[in-house]
Design a protein around this ligand. Structure first.
Ligand code: AMP
Length: 230
């Protein structure tokens, strides 16, 4: 007698590797986290991995930190090494979601090669499209509680008292790369280096556009529908 399928087993994604594309502030991190929970696969965020890596004290860590704080991209070599190591871990056996990677054509070629070497199919790229005005408000308005990590937005989801965390009363902070000059540089890097990836995947019919302007839950439903293969 065959085993009954587990009722609480997460659904399978339509592709083994899913890539979240979109400008800074498009909501890639938030939605990738949500899809990672729904489909039971890891969210591999190069931004988060780099923020962890720069907590160390080495000349490489300082060099990475300087680039990140200025809103510039970190070198392909550093980022590809991090991703290769992360993808090799056992929790990625059923697939994974890449958040913030690839960001250059070189990184995209690297992903293609890695998937082919491991005998997996082509990735699916989800392009979250958000109006420029909304992007700027999401980025300049973002504040984080340094104590509990809760994220606010001064335009869309402000704390009850000005710049102070509702949970613990700590003064909210702004990520160094959310300050105006760095935001400008991040948008330049996106336009110059990352935007061409949209065509790279579209030409191969591996891209789906998703309207990311609306409400967070509605966007999540649309993404989940696509990831189920609908
Ligand atoms: P994020 O949290 O994805 O916005 O990333 C924050 C910063 O980390 C970026 O502005 C870059 O400096 C760096 N970074 C993250 N992912 C990459 C990547 N794939 N390639 C190069 N730099 C990256």
């Amino acid at each position: 007698m065959g085993a009954e399928p587990r009722r609480d087993a997460p659904e399978r994604m339509v592709a083994y590797a899913v890539i979240f594309l979109g400008a800074p502030g498009a909501g890639k991190g938030t939605q990738a986290r949500e899809m990672s929970a729904r489909f039971g696969v890891p969210q591999i965020s190069t931004g988060d991995m780099l923020r962890e890596a720069i907590a160390g004290h080495s000349p490489l860590a300082w060099a990475i930190k300087a680039r990140m704080e200025a809103g510039e991209l970190v070198t392909d070599e550093v980022v590809c090494d991090l991703v290769e190591e992360r993808i090799g871990r056992p929790d990625g056996a059923n697939g994974f979601i890449l958040d913030g990677f690839p960001r250059t054509l070189k990184q995209a070629d690297f992903v293609d090669r890695l998937l082919a070497d491991q005998g997996h199919g082509a990735p699916l790229a989800l392009n979250i499209v958000v109006d420029q005005e909304v992007l700027l408000k999401r980025l300049t308005g973002r504040r984080t509680c340094p104590v509990c990590g809760r994220i606010y937005n001064m335009y869309f989801n402000p704390p009850l008292a000005d710049e102070v965390c509702d949970v613990d009363g700590a003064r909210l902070v702004q990520r160094a790369d959310d300050q105006e000059a760095a935001i400008r540089q991040r948008l330049v890097a996106y336009d110059g280096e990352t935007k061409p990836l949209i065509e790279h995947y579209r030409e191969r019919q591996l891209l789906r556009d998703v309207n990311g302007n609306g409400d967070r839950e509605a966007i999540a439903e649309e993404l989940a529908r696509i990831l189920r293969g609908a």
